[in-house]
Ligand binder design. Structure first.
Ligand code: C5P
Length: 394
């Protein structure tokens, strides 16, 4: 279930006896690599304790909307933004009704209103409550509002009734969570992505490099895999784990990176790497001694990897990144044109390097789209969606 790796799941639990199954769902999500934060409504706490969910999720459980201490840690809007997916399991009849009417009188309903992510509900209630026309109408209208309704299942109920109303089993919910991150948007496409910094050797023990963490490139590679693409990730030296289900080529210098890119042609090329613009003209064969008071290193320009791929004979769909500290739009549009790109993702360098959150504006010839602050995983899914859209209309 690697699509859940590093995904941020906000697990909302409302008042239903099925809440005990949510403990197992939380455990399975964690096991699949997701990061889980749990929100308990007041009535959920009658069925399962914050202590249980805190121990399983490894995070403080969120219960109150108006809690000064909690807001000082991760406020409700930050928590809503944090999530890549909100799953409310179990979702009671009362919660469905409150959600439908846009009520924001507790933490969970407020988070759902402020969400930027997909929202899925796993209803659980007595079969008569489920088949009641009020519930039927509420569910119908929630579905029309693009809220996912998962289940309920059919069978024996805690109250002794038989029928439709049981919350889906934790394993089924886990599979549905994982499927949320599989879009198929790039099915059948090959994608080559560069990521991380490059290292330009001065001598055998020293180098010139930069602060790029590789997080954005790696997140984009994962998003492309989830979209069904066959991905080659060409990475400079970083300290984050290689995502599963892709081919990773580790390189050090810009010249090695360019060589690897040429060896891995693809339908889509995405340059995320913070390639060193210059390298020492000559790397010393032996460690340089500190005898002299001054030392000069003559630097020569490195090849522009993205531009050279984008101007090649059978060029792929080319996407660049512009991390800027000023004149974001002008610089991004200049690079779009001068590097012969199909699309460029512009972001504020000072806010992006090494951070887990990111926002960006994506430009292409004749259009642009602002992507609001989100986790890098959430943002990269949006970028992949835009790439797939532009590719279709190209
Ligand atoms: O010109 P600048 O470095 O700002 O351009 C950034 C974009 O170009 C990024 O997509 C980066 O990966 C790519 N690039 C490259 N090779 C270089 C320099 C930048 O592929 N030598």
């Amino acid at each position: 279930m690697s699509t859940l790796q590093n995904k941020r799941i906000l697990l909302g639990i409302t008042g239903s006896i099925a809440a005990y199954k949510s403990a197992e769902l939380c455990r399975l999500l964690i096991k699949a690599g997701a990061e889980v934060r749990v929100v308990l409504t007041e009535s959920a706490r009658m069925f399962i304790t914050p202590m249980t969910m805190q121990a399983l999720s490894g995070n403080r459980v969120h219960t109150e909307l108006l809690d000064v201490e909690a807001e000082a840690g991760m406020g409700h809007i930050a928590l809503a933004r944090w999530a890549d997916l909100i799953v409310v399991a179990p979702a009671s009849a009362n919660f469905l009704a409150r959600l439908l009417h846009g009520e924001a009188d507790d933490l969970l309903t407020t988070l759902c209103l402020a969400r930027r992510s997909e929202l899925a509900l796993a209803p659980a209630m007595n079969q008569a409550m489920w088949s009641n026309s009020s519930t039927r109408q509420n569910v119908e209208r929630l579905s029309q509002m693009a809220v996912h309704i998962w289940g309920p299942g059919n069978g024996e109920q805690a109250c002794g009734d038989e029928g439709v109303g049981r919350m889906l089993e934790p394993e089924e919910l886990l599979g549905l969570c994982a499927a949320q991150f599989e879009s198929g948007l790039l099915a059948g496409k090959t994608v080559t992505i560069t990521a991380g910094p490059t290292r330009e050797a001065i001598d055998p023990v020293r180098y010139i490099s930069n602060h790029s963490s590789g997080k954005m490139g790696y997140a984009l590679a994962e998003a492309a895999v989830e979209a069904g693409a066959k991905v080659t990730l060409i990475s400079g030296p970083v300290s984050i784990p290689v995502p599963q289900r892709l081919h990773c080529v580790q390189v050090e210098s810009a010249q090695q990176m360019l060589q690897a890119c040429r060896e891995h042609p693809a339908d889509i090329f995405i340059g995320v790497a913070a390639v060193a613009d210059y390298r020492p003209e000559q790397a010393a064969a032996q460690k340089i001694k500190k005898d002299a008071d001054y030392m000069e290193i003559r630097l020569v320009r490195n090849p522009d990897i993205l531009a050279s791929i984008a101007t090649g004979a059978s060029r792929p769909f080319c996407v660049g990144f512009a991390a800027e500290t000023e004149n974001l739009e002008a610089n991004a549009l200049h690079k779009l044109e001068h590097k012969n790109l199909d699309m460029i993702v512009a972001n504020d360098a000072s806010a992006t390097f090494g951070s887990d959150e990111a926002s960006a504006t994506v430009y292409w010839a004749g259009g642009n789209q602002v992507l609001e602050p989100h986790s890098k995983a959430g943002l990269t899914r949006e970028i992949i969606r835009l790439i797939a859209e532009r590719l279709k209309s190209a």
